[in-house]
Design a protein around this ligand. Structure first.
Ligand SMILES: Cc1cc2nc3c(=O)[nH]c(=O)nc-3n(C[C@H](O)[C@H](O)[C@H](O)COP(=O)(O)O)c2cc1C
Length: 312
């Protein structure tokens, strides 16, 4: 029997596929649809302390090889998601879900995380260090000093399972420097990658999204090689207690297979979920299982991280 069962932070999940933050996770209804699909779990939209409208529309566009977006963190505020997760803990005590969050300043991030720490939330928290779409706010994890300081402060009081969502890195030295920082903390996982920030998509003579004169985060097929490189680079560099969630460019079971081969313990689907709806989970899972069957793999452990190199 082929199984795509996985573990993150000691929690068990029937399937290694789930949504990526920001897609199909803004409302309770959307989250329930992911929960009741073939996905193993869900992650919420990245929550800020208060409700945010986000950037003016149009702010998302499906394009042939992926997507471009500049949403600007629209969300219903922390309490909306936390209340729903606390409800689910009662109604579905055997399942674990992810809460994504970040503040609009370090102070707000601490306020939010302290609230989560003080709550009865028993699930997994994903701190988004990589939103490329808030005008005037850099992607936190591109600033190693700030990231190190933030993590040191956070882990002084935050004792629940916590991972971080990372932007893509493009330089071997940056992989080394980032991993050296992350290895100093009791992180449960890193999630690679958020969209490739600030791309530009043009139709005829015009950009296709309004915010920032068309600059937006790129997802989908465009980004798979970068996503795989980040998953594998961190798999090679992080202490084994820090697991990897692979995100970026997953359209097919083959894409999910490659993320796992590079070291991912969980695989998230963003753009494809936006294009195809929650039925994507069933299709991608069936495709992944077919590949595993063909290769004689029964579990993800049989091939996770076992990417082959060309020797000599
Ligand atoms: C519309 C949209 C909104 C997103 N919002 C968030 C978000 O709130 N938090 C986050 O960590 N990533 C967010 N992302 C990034 C995705 O989670 C994912 O990392 C990225 O799209 C790459 O995956 P993909 O190639 O499957 O789309 C968003 C992506 C899209 C397309």
């Amino acid at each position: 029997m082929v199984s795509t069962h996985t573990h993150i932070a000691g929690f068990s999940f029937d399937n290694c596929l789930m949504n990526a933050a920001g897609v199909a996770c803004m409302t309770k209804e959307e989250l329930a649809a992911v929960k009741d699909s073939a996905a193993g779990t869900f992650v919420t939209k990245t929550a800020t302390l208060e409700f945010r409208q986000g950037n003016p529309e149009p702010r998302y566009r499906d394009v042939s090889l992926g997507s471009i977006n500049s949403m600007g963190l629209p969300n219903n505020g922390l309490d909306y998601y936390l209340d729903y997760l606390l409800e689910l803990q009662e109604s579905e005590p055997n399942r674990t879900f992810f809460l994504s969050l970040v503040g609009m300043s370090p102070e707000e991030t601490h306020t939010i995380l302290k609230k989560v720490q003080a709550s009865d939330f028993k699930g997994i928290t994903e701190l988004n260090l990589s939103c490329p779409n808030v005008p005037g706010k850099p992607q936190i994890a591109y600033d190693f000093e700030t990231t190190d300081k933030l993590l040191a402060e956070v882990f002084a009081y935050f004792k629940k399972p916590l991972g971080i969502k990372l932007p893509p890195y493009f330089d071997i030295v940056h992989f080394d420097q980032a991993a050296a920082i992350f290895n100093n903390y009791p992180l449960k996982f890193v999630n690679c990658v958020n969209s490739i920030g600030n791309g530009l998509y043009i139709e005829d003579e015009s950009v296709v999204i309004r915010p920032k004169n068309g600059f937006g985060g790129i997802g989908g097929q465009y980004i798979k090689p970068t996503a795989l490189a980040n998953v594998h680079a961190f798999y090679q560099r992080l202490k084994p207690e820090i697991q990897i969630i692979g995100t970026g460019g997953v359209l097919t079971g083959r894409d999910a297979f490659e993320h796992i081969l590079c070291g991912a313990s969980m695989v998230q689907v963003g753009t494809t979920l936006h294009k195809e709806g929650v039925a994507a989970f069933e299709r991608i899972t069936a495709e992944l299982k077919a590949i595993m069957e063909e290769k004689g793999y029964e579990s993800l452990e049989d091939f996770r991280g076992k990417l082959k190199y060309i020797e000599g």
